[in-house]
Design a protein around this ligand. Structure first.
Ligand SMILES: Nc1nc2c(ncn2[C@@H]2O[C@H](COP(=O)(O)OP(=O)(O)OP(=O)(O)O)[C@@H](O)[C@H]2O)c(=O)[nH]1
Ligand SMILES: [Mg+2]
Length: 453
């Protein structure tokens, strides 16, 4: 999501950086370009107007700071206003003082409700909660079974019975109370379009369980339709927020940017893929930075903290510092990074990554080949790749089912990487990102890749 918009913005901002003083004409030109970029990204007209007006007002006068260049000022203003448009603060979920906290998910057919129920359950588990899933979609015979499969995958129990949605939902909450679950997530039936029957059913379910949170699940790929759907649902079902799914597809981002302004409720979570872990809290500020090509370091650090094995990370940093980073360490790091999700997703979050590199993409098959090659090396070779001579190369290639060319490439790239790490001081970088995080959360630094030095 947001690729095209992000490319556009990068172009606009790069040109801007080359400028000195910005006159009214220049500001007007930049605003025009931003407008085109937003409309292309399928952002609703109303939102574009509103956003541009706020940027214009702030760029043409009062708050210009002396410490920033004109271009930096414009970028700062755009970043802040974009953040506001995306909802400002990240969604904060407050638990019911008397558990269970009841969460209801609604939405059109195929939007990703059932998948999101399971993902949300996993998210709650990571917050230390004990959810129960309730299958109140009795429309499709397979719907409850689908939920049970997903529930098993994330290790969360599912309650359902073949009665009617309202009674299932009510009894589901009672069951949670009985067995001491502190969160209940109710999955409901979808329809092809908004019709009275659908609204009526979901309204009755809501009335029966009085959810603390009602989230609408919408498919980001449907663009402005998603926003219209959200508005219609909000009129009958007092929403608390939106769960935007399939943002891993080629959605242009218009929905994410329009929901808050048009519906008045923020995007609370985004679903970024089909796997249970592809789900996260929506952070407007990070998203804005990502759109502006500033990367998304915080999300990356958070994911790294979740996925990284502390001991492995510690060892790697030690060895990096000592200039003893070997292919063995590299292999371990590769496996850690793979745990963070598809490499392509990780790549798009890196700040300042040249567009060509991002577009070239990562060939996951290539990663598997690299692993195979390292597995075929002896410990001594992994420790000191310089000893890998011609006959060793041939042996490694044969052992890994690759060619000597592949082995050569890896060894060359590894050597370049070692050089790069020495010159950029990777260890120092890790320490810095940890410092940022510390400040933000006010917690003592956690031990892990993101905060080690
Ligand atoms: N790529 C991608 N696919 C997703 C995402 N979320 C859901 N899907 C897929 O979308 C399809 C529909 O998801 P469901 O969770 O069954 O949708 P639903 O809203 O429960 O559908 P109904 O119960 O029929 O109304 C499934 O194939 C999911 O795997 C996502 O974030 N990214
Ligand atoms: Mg479903």
């Amino acid at each position: 999501m947001f690729e095209t918009l992000s490319d556009r913005f990068e172009g606009i901002l790069t040109r801007l950086r080359g400028r000195g003083r910005l006159g009214d004409a220049e500001v007007a030109e930049v605003l025009r370009e931003i407008r085109v970029a937003l409309l292309e990204a399928d952002v609703s007209l109303e939102v574009v107007r509103d956003l541009l007006e706020r940027i214009r007002a702030r760029c043409s006068g009062a708050e210009l700071s002396k410490s920033l260049t004109p271009a930096q000022q414009v970028i700062k203003v755009v970043n802040e206003e974009l953040t506001a448009t995306l909802g400002g603060e990240a969604f904060h979920l407050a638990y019911a003082s008397r558990p269970p906290t009841v969460v209801l998910l609604a939405g059109l057919q195929g939007a990703g409700k059932t998948t999101a129920v399971a993902k949300l359950a996993r998210w709650f588990k990571q917050q230390g909660r004990h959810p129960l899933l309730v299958g109140a979609d009795l429309q499709r015979p397979a719907a409850v079974e689908q939920l049970r499969v997903l529930g098993r995958e994330v290790g969360v129990a599912v309650f359902s019975e073949p009665t009617d949605p309202v009674s299932v939902a009510r009894r589901g909450v009672e069951e949670a109370e009985r067995v001491g679950r502190d969160v209940v997530i109710v999955d409901t039936a979808g329809r092809l379009a908004i019709d009275e029957e659908l609204m009526d059913e979901v309204r009755r379910v809501a009335a029966a369980v009085q959810p603390h949170y009602t989230f609408l699940v919408v498919d980001a790929m449907t663009g402005q339709d998603a926003v219209r759907t959200a508005r219609a649902f909000h009129e009958t079902l007092a929403l608390d927020g939106v769960i935007l799914t399939k943002v891993d597809g080629d959605a242009r981002g218009g929905a994410a940017l329009s929901v808050k302004t048009v519906v008045g409720k923020p995007v609370a979570f985004v679903s970024t893929g089909e796997r249970p872990g592809d789900f996260e809290t929506f952070h407007p500020d990070r998203m804005a930075s990502r759109i502006l090509g500033m990367g998304d370091v915080l999300t990356l650090i958070e994911r790294a903290e979740r996925a990284y094995d502390e001991k492995v990370a510690e060892k790697a940093v030690e060895r990096l510092r000592a200039g003893r980073f070997s292919l063995e360490d590299f292999l371990e790091q590769l496996q850690q990074v793979k745990k963070m999700g598809p490499l392509q997703n990780v790549l798009t979050m890196l700040p300042g990554l040249p567009k060509e590199v991002r577009d070239a993409g990562i060939d996951e098959g290539q990663v598997t080949r690299v692993e195979a090659i390292i597995y075929s090396m002896t410990p001594a070779e992994r420790d000191d790749p310089a000893i890998v001579n011609g006959s060793r190369r041939a042996r490694i290639a044969a052992g890994s089912g690759t060619t000597t060319q592949d082995v050569n490439n890896l060894l060359r790239q590894f050597k370049e990487m070692q050089k790069l790490m020495r010159s950029t001081g990777m260890a120092g970088m890790l320490a810095r990102s940890g410092g940022r995080r510390r400040k933000k959360t006010g917690r003592a630094p956690k031990k892990g890749a993101g905060s080690r030095n």
